[in-house]
Design a binder for this molecule. Structure first.
Ligand SMILES: C[S@@+](CC[C@H](N)C(=O)[O-])C[C@H]1O[C@@H](n2cnc3c(N)ncnc32)[C@H](O)[C@@H]1O
Length: 257
């Protein structure tokens, strides 16, 4: 069998692979307890969006082609992810409103079962002619035996602003959001997998909370920048990240009360 990845780095409790998740996942030597990922997908292309769109969809930044980053079809990722999980595992898959249906069908088709549709309220909305868009979605699946989450009072919605300072990637997710899913569906020392790690927010959230992590990214620049981000976090220690996550959880509880 040939080499399944281009590079492999171990940083603290995290192993990062540069490569295509379809090649790397079958070659991993340990199955995951939990998957938390924000999958790549094509956006709706065309239409007369023009000046009505903002942020990363601003006409200056986005050519309206539907392509923000490399992506693969939903039906091509579900099987490799299923086979990369332990017999009992939870799987969180983020996507936008237009992809919820296709993603659900693809993951159910390979054997996952569906628990819930969660939402991320990202605060400042993306301008849109057909209702402003302030939400993204997380499909929450499981395989094997269903396990109650560790904090059963958690609501579907989690509010936290988009992260700043990660301008080298177009869709970074907040570490506290990924930590929320990880803390609810894993235990210390469990192996958390993100097969599309982007800026590495899932990996950082896992490391900060005593989980082991494994991540895959096909873009060399993102791989390099994320290795730097994780190394910097190792130097700083994870107290700051844990404090930010704890504050986000406390704010969440106050809103829900
Ligand atoms: C939506 S982004 C993930 C963002 C990430 N959650 C974060 O917080 O930064 C999806 C990532 O998947 C990567 N990707 C696309 N196709 C891939 C593949 N076949 N294998 C591995 N990574 C891939 C893209 O380069 C992109 O960085």
């Amino acid at each position: 069998m040939g080499v399944s990845w281009l590079r492999r780095e171990v940083i603290g409790s995290c192993t990062l692979y540069l490569g295509d998740m379809r090649d790397v996942l079958p070659a991993l030597d340990e199955k995951a307890d939990l998957v938390v990922t924000d999958a790549p997908y094509k956006l709706t292309s065309g239409g007369n969006a023009g000046a009505s769109m903002s942020g990363k969809f601003d006409a200056e930044a986005y050519d309206n082609s539907g392509v923000l980053m490399a992506s693969i079809a939903w039906q091509d990722m579900g099987g490799p992810i299923y086979r990369a999980c332990k017999p009992n595992a939870d799987v969180y898959v983020m996507c936008n409103d237009k992809h919820v249906g296709a993603a659900q069908v693809a993951f159910l088709g390979v054997g996952f079962k569906f628990h819930n549709l969660l939402t991320w309220d990202k605060g400042a909305p993306t301008r849109n002619k057909y209702y402003m868009k302030n939400q993204e979605y997380t499909l929450y699946f499981w395989r094997g035996h269903a396990r109650t989450i560790n904090f059963p009072g958690s609501k579907q919605e989690f509010s936290f602003p988009r992260p700043s300072g990660l301008g080298w990637h177009r869709t970074p997710k907040p570490v506290p959001l990924m930590a929320h899913y990880i803390l609810n569906s894993s235990c210390p020392d469990d192996l958390v997998l993100d097969p599309f790690f982007g800026t590495g927010s899932t990996l950082l959230a896992a490391m900060a909370h005593g989980r082991r992590a494994v991540g895959i990214e096909c873009n060399e620049l993102f791989f390099e920048q994320t290795c730097n981000r994780l190394r910097a976090a190792m130097v700083d220690g994870f107290d700051g990240i844990r404090a930010e996550c704890a504050a986000a959880e406390a704010a969440q509880k106050r809103r829900a009360a």
